[in-house]
Design a protein around this ligand. Structure first.
Ligand SMILES: [Zn+2]
Length: 369
């Protein structure tokens, strides 16, 4: 699925303009009200993180009793104000943004509503929106029939013009690309993968550093008395580090998968069962933390987006024991043997040899050998 937004100029009547102004005002009112309540909550529980976590977010519905005029406007717009505030808090907690601010009258005049049970319709130069009924708009381009409307954002500019941005979702099927370049990847515990050209993806230094710090802080946590103040503080520290590491890893996996999906038409990997593998080989947590599963998911969608391919070959294929030069299969190969040596005279790094075999196996599947 892919998204595309279409923007058009809106021409509301005087009455519709009044209702739009009221909606912008109500959305701002509800946003500020919820923010105010959150701040009070923070102050009340500032020394009690656990209780704070258990507090539920205020909802627009509860204000409707106290302020009945809120019922006059689109309730979906108010629900989106709540979502926006939640997002603002998420950004604040993850360190991506400052503490959410109150919206004053000078703030952007805008609100978002959603498509629910066909409440939004387009017909002949008019668009039907909740509460507003049909509004005239200038549709200078068609929205393709296979696009589904998800939401609409209505904005009033500083100069008094109205615009609507219609967000659509559609099935994206790019033309298949002819396979000319293929690469094989061998899973690697320490570096994520080794490819058939001999390149290794290496986690950046700062990421490894952060992992060490995490291990240290976790040891500290385990020494603190469970439930004590110091324990809570340390737990928060560990949680923050976890989040930071998860973000760094995700960034790295995005970059690596992007690079491969750009360079190659087809990527071949082994279909590993990570859980079984980590248990069988007693690798412990490392295998999960390595991010291979997330990496292959990113790789898959980045390739498919461009009409390219990800091929997963059978996990029982003897990629390590096979000579990538002559095809002989060794009876045994211990994990400690880092160099692959064959009777035919071929010698190579063990992982690179495996990656080449994986590549060849993928090419057999594609029938391009
Ligand atoms: Zn050989």
């Amino acid at each position: 699925m892919a998204n595309k937004a279409y923007q058009f100029r809106l021409y509301p009547t005087k009455e519709q303009e009044e209702l739009l102004a009221k909606t912008f005002g109500c959305v701002r009112f509800v946003y500020n009200k919820m923010l105010e309540e959150r701040i009070q909550m923070f102050e009340k529980f500032k020394d009690d993180q656990e209780s704070l976590k258990q507090q539920t977010f205020p909802t627009p519905a509860k204000y409707k009793k106290e302020f009945p005029w809120l019922k006059e406007v689109d309730s979906l717009a108010l629900a989106n104000a709540q979502l926006n505030l939640q997002k603002a808090f998420q950004h604040f907690f993850s360190g991506r943004a400052g503490f959410p601010k109150f919206k004053n009258r000078k703030a952007k005049q805008s609100y978002t509503t959603n498509m629910v049970n066909g409440n939004i319709k387009l017909s002949d130069g008019y668009i039907k929106l909740p509460k507003l009924k049909w509004i005239k708009f200038k549709q200078h381009r068609e929205i393709p029939a296979h696009h589904i409307i998800k939401s609409c954002t209505i904005t009033k500019t500083k100069t008094g013009k109205y615009y609507i941005s219609i967000l659509t979702e559609y099935e994206h099927q790019p033309a298949l690309k002819e396979v000319q370049t293929v690469v094989g990847l061998d899973f690697s515990m320490s570096t994520l993968y080794v490819d058939s050209e001999g390149k290794r993806a290496n986690y950046p230094r700062f990421y490894r550093k952060a992992l060490e710090t995490l291990a240290k802080e976790q040891r500290k946590l385990s020494r603190k008395k469970k439930g004590s103040n110091r324990w809570h503080k340390q737990r928060l520290k560990v949680a923050k580090l976890h989040e930071k590491i998860a973000n760094q890893r995700k960034d790295f996996l995005h970059k690596e998968s992007h690079k491969l999906a750009k360079r190659y038409d087809c990527v071949v990997i082994e279909d590993l069962n990570m859980k079984g593998m980590s248990q069988a080989l007693h690798f412990g947590q490392g295998v999960h933390d390595n991010g291979w599963g997330m990496f292959t998911t990113f790789l898959q969608y980045k390739l498919v987006e461009q009409g390219k391919k990800l091929i997963k070959i059978d996990k029982w294929f003897p990629s390590s024991k096979t000579c990538s030069c002559c095809g002989r299969v060794k009876e045994s190969l211990s994990l400690s043997e880092r160099t692959f040596r064959c009777e035919c005279g071929f010698e190579s790094d063990r992982d690179v040899n495996a990656a080449i075999n994986i590549k060849h196996e993928g090419m057999k599947r594609l029938a391009i050998v």
